[in-house]
Design a protein around this ligand. Structure first.
Ligand code: CU
Length: 528
């Protein structure tokens, strides 16, 4: 149809009613919404990444070079909030939107319009976080955990951050309700729960975690809000409250949050490894039970983040033993992934490289987590760079590597086009190498006693900080290559064959007991 020129001289396209921007604002299509989530996530990844580079720039040398300590703390805070809530979580919700309906044979998500709203809450939340930098006093430089009583002293940027957390929580809860309802009610005939691709299982369990944990975070920040403005003293010792109460409430959310991020990553890896091993996933049922066990245990370990607050030894022992228990179901998973590859006809395209990278580095992050779970060691390492190194192995080499594996794996399915395999492999190796240059050395800094969240440090820490900063900039540049690879694939990639991965595709090797062909579910039965 022809374009219409309005009185301002703008051309309006009238292809089928909604063209351009309006399509994306009003879409209820799960694939569109999945795409929106993924691009939003990438933009936030860039914003949070720029803050990470600002941090590493300042830490390149001892002394204060570029940013005053207050602004430095604002960067560390917003880097954490933006990466966790803006980059990683939306990326996996994007995967869920794209894949779950297709994997279970549903026409769309159960609540298609709610799905639209879940997404469109996010840009407003992200805007609040970014705007807080430009308020009097700036963004709250209190750390992503928003600990009381620091939060009481902050300016209006703190309120914007609290409202942002409310919106992010609403988005996650609504999205989770949608995912649970879709999986429980909209599976195609014959697609019983124990035949679902494991990615659906990990998201089903994650969605329950979100519904249980996000309101707790919302409660914690709301209590901070009323402490700030409405005369309550939940976390104020002078009024009979207790700042440590905030930490208990926060980490009751915060530890399950680790698995909210990790479980969907496990799900992606559990699709990718079987496909490139040309074997069914080893131990499917045990994977489901291990994922459930991790989810349940994640609710009884929260105080391992707070060993140093002065809790009784009995409390420390309980949380230590409960935490070390999580190593068992996690070990089951790692064993199953390795057993899936065992004697498979392996090939090492980019998705598989990222999945194997995940396997090595996430397991390392798990081991340092085990180290930190031990009270006597944690008391030494608490608030040092060892902790920073540990959770970046979980968040970056865990979640981000799995997200890259998923994107390269499903991009041909999503866009109909292949990415450049050579450049994809370059992206993997640069990411792998620079990730370790950045973060492995931070273990040494932490063991030597360098505290986190400081813009300055003694001379003895200089060399490893220089190495880490160089690694960070290399890592950042490598992600521009990723953007180029994706854009090149979308614009001019070769047409993707129906089965890009030499006879294996994302579903065929993951169904039990008999594989259900992917194309059975490719075209939604109704509501195109
Ligand atoms: Cu934890």
């Amino acid at each position: 149809m022809s374009a219409v020129i309005d009185t301002h001289g703008h051309a309006h396209d009238h292809h089928g009613g909604y063209g351009g921007v309006m399509r994306w604002i009003t879409t209820t299509n799960h694939k569109d919404i999945g795409t929106l989530y993924l691009w939003f996530s990438f933009i936030m990844f860039m914003v949070g990444g720029v803050m990470a580079l600002a941090i590493r720039l300042e830490l390149f040398s001892p002394g204060i070079q570029f940013f005053n300590p207050d602004l430095f703390n604002q960067f560390t805070t917003m880097h954490g909030l933006i990466m966790v809530f803006g980059a990683i979580m939306p990326a996996f919700v994007g995967f869920a939107n794209w894949q779950i309906p297709m994997m279970i044979g549903a026409p769309d998500m159960a609540f298609a319009r709610l799905n639209n709203w879940s997404f469109w809450l996010l840009p407003f939340a992200a805007s609040l976080l970014v705007i807080s930098f430009f308020t009097p006093g700036g963004a709250p430089g209190v750390g992503w955990t928003l600990y009381a009583p620091l939060t009481v002293q902050m300016g209006v940027g703190m309120d914007l951050t609290i409202f942002a957390v409310h919106l992010l929580g609403m988005s996650s809860i609504l999205g989770s309700i949608n995912i649970i309802t879709t999986i429980l009610n909209m599976r195609a005939p014959g697609m019983n729960l124990m035949r679902m691709p494991l990615f659906c299982w990990t998201w089903l369990i994650t969605a329950y975690l979100l519904v249980a944990a996000m309101p707790v975070l919302a409660g914690a920040v709301t209590m901070s809000l009323t402490d700030r403005h409405f005369g309550t003293s939940f976390f104020n010792a002078a009024g009979g409250g207790d700042p440590v109460l905030y930490q208990h409430i926060f980490w009751f959310f915060g530890h399950p949050e680790v698995y909210i991020i990790a479980l969907p990553a496990f799900g992606v890896v559990s699709q990718v490894i079987p496909a490139f091993s040309r074997k069914p996933l080893f131990g499917y049922a045990s994977m489901v039970y291990a994922t459930s066990a991790i989810a349940i245990l994640s609710f009884i370990v929260w105080a391992h983040h707070m060993y140093t607050v002065g809790m009784p030894v009995q409390g420390q022992l309980f949380f230590m033993y409960a935490t070390t228990l999580i190593a068992i179901p996690t070990g089951v998973k790692v064993f199953n992934w390795v057993a899936t590859m065992w004697q498979g006809s392996l090939t090492f395209e980019t998705p598989m490289l990222f999945a194997i990278g995940f396997l090595f580095l996430f397991t390392l992050g798990g081991f340092t987590g085990l180290v930190l779970s031990l009270v006597p060691i944690d008391i030494q390492l608490h608030d040092t760079y060892y902790v920073v190194a540990h959770f970046h192995y979980v968040m970056v080499a865990g979640a981000l590597f799995a997200a890259f594996a998923g994107i390269y794996f499903w991009l041909p399915k999503w866009t109909g086009r292949m990415y450049d395999e050579t450049l994809g492999k370059w992206h993997f190796w640069l990411t792998m190498i620079f990730f370790n240059i950045t973060f492995f050395v931070q273990h040494f800094l932490g063991l030597a006693g360098m505290p986190r969240r400081i813009p300055d440090y003694p001379l003895m820490f200089e060399s490893w900080n220089k190495v880490s900063s160089i690694g960070a900039f290399g890592f950042g540049l490598a992600q521009l290559l990723f953007l180029y690879v994706v854009l090149k694939a979308i614009r001019s990639g070769a047409k993707a064959p129906e089965r890009p991965w030499e006879g294996a595709d994302s579903l065929e090797w993951t169904h039990l007991p008999t594989p259900v062909p992917y194309h059975t579910f490719e075209t939604p039965p109704v509501l195109k």
